[in-house]
Design a protein around this ligand. Structure first.
Ligand SMILES: Cc1ncc(COP(=O)(O)O)c(C=O)c1O
Length: 370
């Protein structure tokens, strides 16, 4: 099976982990601090706070931003984490729609949705394509109030907009190191910010509510990253450029060789440099069942395709926070969208096999549907 995703792990990560295991320091050590500092430097931020995963990074950031009891605007096409994190932080998520071409939160819908109740807007750089951060800030200011922006760059390490790295756009930005992301620590996440007070509040919340003087000042849990994870992360970070370069080559092949098919790809702003975290396609015909048949057919031929993402507007977990805004584009992309294998271990031959298989499966489902 040609896998949808495959982490770029080699002997370097294995040796880094072995080195940690041979010490007594498995948590709260030097490597987590180094990983935080290196990621902050790469994204041009003052502080990095490493945590156990991306969802926790979102929830701790939202809590530190004081969203309790308030409204948080979230795009309706994504993994549920940003909306669930809002709930975990005691806020009410409001779903808004995405842009038809870029599949990121639509500034027009943000302008229509924002009210005095809105404390925070989550701008996701979906699948590594930067959101239109400046336009969003202008759109959000329509009512004279200025909600804060959290950049969910879970998928976007290595992407940039106008030369500015993703991870630098929000009052807090977060990154995920889940194995589907461009670099991984197994599970892991990071909050990035320039605000020292916010950084301190997030640090306290990840570590039982302990402040820098060693006092338990708030009642919180444990969301720390281990030294083992940080060792993997540092080894991965050293390879980021190489990983992204290979992903860009593969994505360029897919775009060139599949462009005549009845499919849409995700567009990006002109000044965007994308990391190609996911390669999404949306079928121009059929519905969810056609898309599912298409995925099953490709899998039966040895190519692992997957559904692209989720329409949060239909999740039972978020129904109590409705009514949400109409989100037809998110529904459409979720029902007809699928992802192609993309990772730095794919050989040129495998990329050709994916292209041939997609072409064959499209012919198959088109003739079935006729
Ligand atoms: C946009 C987005 N935000 C947050 C997350 C959550 O990250 P994690 O899986 O590390 O909790 C994901 C995970 O896929 C995601 O896609």
């Amino acid at each position: 099976m040609i896998r949808l995703a495959f982490p770029a792990i080699d002997e370097r990560e294995v040796q880094s982990v072995a080195a940690v295991l041979n010490t007594a320091q498995l948590v709260s050590g030097r490597l987590v601090e180094r990983f935080e500092a290196e990621l902050a430097e790469r994204t041009g931020r003052k502080y990095g706070i490493a945590v156990s995963n991306g969802t926790t990074a979102l929830a701790l950031a939202m809590e530190a931003l004081g969203v309790y009891g308030k409204q948080v605007i979230v795009p309706a096409l994504t993994w549920p984490s940003p909306a669930h994190a809002a709930v975990l932080a005691g806020a009410r998520p409001l779903l808004v729609d995405i842009d038809e071409k870029e599949w990121n939160i639509d500034p027009k819908d943000v302008a229509a949705a924002v009210t005095d109740e809105t404390a925070l807007i989550v701008a996701i750089d979906q699948f590594g394509v930067p959101a239109r951060h400046e336009e969003l800030a202008q759109a959000a200011a329509v009512r004279g109030t200025t909600p804060l922006f959290l950049e969910d760059a879970a998928c976007a390490l290595g992407s940039a907009l106008g030369g500015r790295p993703c991870g630098s756009f929000g009052v807090v930005s977060i990154i995920s190191f889940h194995p589907r992301k461009v670099i991984t620590t197994g599970e892991g996440g990071m909050c990035l910010t320039d605000d020292g007070d916010l950084a301190e509040r997030i640090r306290q919340s990840r570590n039982h509510g302990l402040d820098h003087k060693g006092r338990f000042v708030v009642a919180r849990g444990n969301a720390r990253m281990t030294e083992i994870q940080a060792a993997i992360g540092l080894a991965q970070l050293a390879k980021l450029e190489k990983i992204v370069a290979r992903r860009r080559e593969i994505a360029a092949h897919y775009r060139a060789r599949l462009s005549d098919l009845p499919l849409s790809f995700q567009s990006a702003p002109d000044s965007a440099q994308r990391n190609e975290q996911s390669f999404g396609c949306v079928l121009h015909f059929g519905g969810e069942s056609t898309r599912n048949r298409f995925i099953a057919s490709a899998r039966s031929m040895g190519v692992e395709l997957g559904p692209l993402s989720h329409h949060l507007g239909v999740l039972p977990s978020l129904a109590p926070f409705g009514p949400h805004r109409p989100t037809p584009i998110s529904a459409h992309v979720a029902q007809r969208g699928f992802a192609l294998p993309i990772h730095s271990r794919l050989s040129d031959e495998e990329v050709e096999t994916v292209i041939r298989t997609v072409r064959r499966c499209i012919e198959e489902v088109v003739s079935d549907d006729n």
